[in-house]
Design a binder for this molecule. Structure first.
Ligand code: CA2
Length: 150
């Protein structure tokens, strides 16, 4: 039995992450997005936390999902994928809702191409977790729960 923490966390996966486990396993691992989501839901349930999970390949849909959860979410975990490096719109949506955000990457974006070294999201995030494969998500969820407990 676990007491309810009364925390709602929105998890957003950006473009192409639906391909996880199906393409380029040497970079992104063999776990599918469904596996990752199931693990997160399990951890959340054990701690009495409610998760909502969303994936889109479209920038505007991600912007809308952020805005639509303004009254529901207490925190946001986001792997913006390639939009990390391009999207002022996603950064603005995250700033506008004024909730703690943790940016997640499966790969270590700093050991990769130069264009991946800049993130529009990092300056407005409470923290960034990059380079631990699917474990990056688990670390981020625990970090968010810890942040919201304070
Ligand atoms: O390391 C990460 O999590 C990234 O956010 C992944 C993005 C990339 O653009 C970022 O620079 C770093 C790419 C996600 C694409 O995911 C795929 C998964 C399987 C097969 C192909 C792409």
């Amino acid at each position: 039995m676990h007491s309810k923490l009364d925390m709602n966390i929105l998890v957003i996966h950006g473009p192409n992450l639906n391909l996880l486990g199906k393409r380029q396993p040497e970079i992104y691992g063999t776990q599918t997005l469904d596996n990752i989501n199931q693990d997160l839901i399990q951890i959340a349930q054990n701690q009495g936390v409610t998760l909502k999970v969303f994936q889109s390949n479209q920038e505007g849909k991600i912007v809308s999902e952020i805005g639509n959860n303004i009254d529901w979410a207490n925190g946001i975990l986001i792997n913006p994928a390639a939009y990390t490096h391009t999207s002022i719109a996603i950064r603005d949506a995250l700033s506008a809702i004024n909730l703690p955000v943790i940016e997640i990457h499966l790969s270590n974006i700093y050991e990769r191409e130069d264009f991946r070294h800049h993130s529009y999201v990092s300056p407005i995030a409470v923290g960034v977790i990059s380079g631990f494969g699917n474990y990056s998500y688990e670390l981020a969820l625990n970090a968010m729960i810890n942040t919201l407990k304070k």
